[in-house]
Write a protein that binds this ligand. Structure first.
Ligand code: NCD
Length: 328
């Protein structure tokens, strides 16, 4: 988090405390990741109760600004804010003044006039969250910028893996598919490096970008060796028109699709969603008990609660804080 970078910055001149943001996994330390996963765990246990709302962020305003299609990410940020009793305002570009050509800067400044505590932003342009952080006084959380970063996805995936295996260090994850256009893959690689997860990228040569610091192969056979097979969507909306990354989707499915016969019995499979069944993932795999896709969605809620809490309060939520919240 810029947060953390700022916390580490002892030479900062005196003045009001810096705003904490979550813009990129590269701003996080291993300790930050551990603290956020721990906070999410505490929130998860609170959600087991009949009344699921905590008063923790009562009176705060969380604005969700989504310039790209989203189901899981936007709904979980909204629910996360509501579970913590914050007010929420969700703006989707379709139907807003963005449709009338308003610039991101103008939209951000307009919403900034409501004094939001947090702005969660998803945008097709790389760096859009940084711009919002510059032109408003809100804490900013990146919910996906182009093919660059999607830090809360990486955190919820680590949370899911930790829940499943009881550890992260030493796990081996095969990330399969359209790595080239994937902000999820870029964020995951950085997160894996922080916690000691080994990663192998697998896919067609044209969809494996050069310059990433990771093992790469075009051989789908290697996925059997991994603890987790992490499947990426073929992101056609991000592909350049006319470029031939794969001969056809059918060919892609035949050579790199994750099918039952390519997996070990019991091998765990993850996918950030939305899934293209029959393309990157066989429906039998998507529906099997070893697919952790629904767990990922549940993890998304508690991780986003933890992130909102963390940027606003700057510390781990303790049992005492929750106990106080319960009586409030
Ligand atoms: C991902 C995204 O938007 O980057 N989805 C998500 O957040 N659940 C992955 C994708 O779109 O394929």
């Amino acid at each position: 988090m810029t947060s953390i970078r700022l916390v580490r910055d002892d030479l900062r001149p005196p003045g009001p405390p810096p705003r904490r943001h979550l813009l990129s996994v590269s701003d996080l330390t291993r300790d930050d990741v551990q603290r956020l996963l721990g906070t999410a765990r505490t929130f998860e246990s609170a959600l087991d109760r009949e009344v699921k709302k905590l008063p923790t962020l009562k009176g705060r305003l969380v604005v969700n600004l989504f310039y790209e299609a989203s189901t899981r990410t936007s709904s979980s940020f909204e629910l996360a804010a509501k579970r913590l009793s914050a007010d929420t305002l969700t703006i989707k570009s379709a139907g807003s003044s963005v449709d009338k050509g308003e610039s991101l800067k103008d939209t951000a400044q307009t919403l900034g006039a409501y004094d939001p505590d947090v702005i969660v932003i998803r945008h097709p342009q790389i760096g859009a969250p940084q711009l919002v952080a510059r032109v408003t006084d809100a804490h900013v959380v990146n919910a996906g910028d182009g093919k660059h970063q999607h830090p809360t996805q990486a955190l919820l995936d680590l949370y899911t893996m930790h829940q499943e295996f009881g550890r992260l260090e030493g796990l081996h994850v095969a990330v399969v598919g359209d790595v080239l256009h994937s902000r999820v893959a870029r964020s995951l690689l950085q997160a894996f490096a922080l916690v000691g997860i080994r990663c192998t990228l697998v896919g067609p040569p044209a969809l494996l970008p050069r310059g990433l610091d990771a093992e790469m192969t075009t051989d789908i056979g290697v996925i059997r060796d991994a603890d987790v097979v992490y499947v990426l969507r073929m992101q056609q909306e991000r592909m350049e028109a006319g470029a031939n990354y794969v001969p056809s989707l059918r060919e892609y499915a035949a050579r790199w699709g994750v099918t039952p016969d390519r997996l070990r019995p019991g091998q765990k499979v993850m996918h950030p969603g939305p899934m293209n069944r029959g393309v990157e993932i066989d429906p039998r795999v998507a529906d099997s008990v070893d697919a952790l896709v629904e767990t990922q969605v549940r993890s998304g809620l508690v991780i986003r609660m933890a992130v909102l809490y963390d940027v606003l309060t700057g510390g781990p939520v303790g049992v005492r804080a929750l106990a106080a919240a319960e009586v409030a």
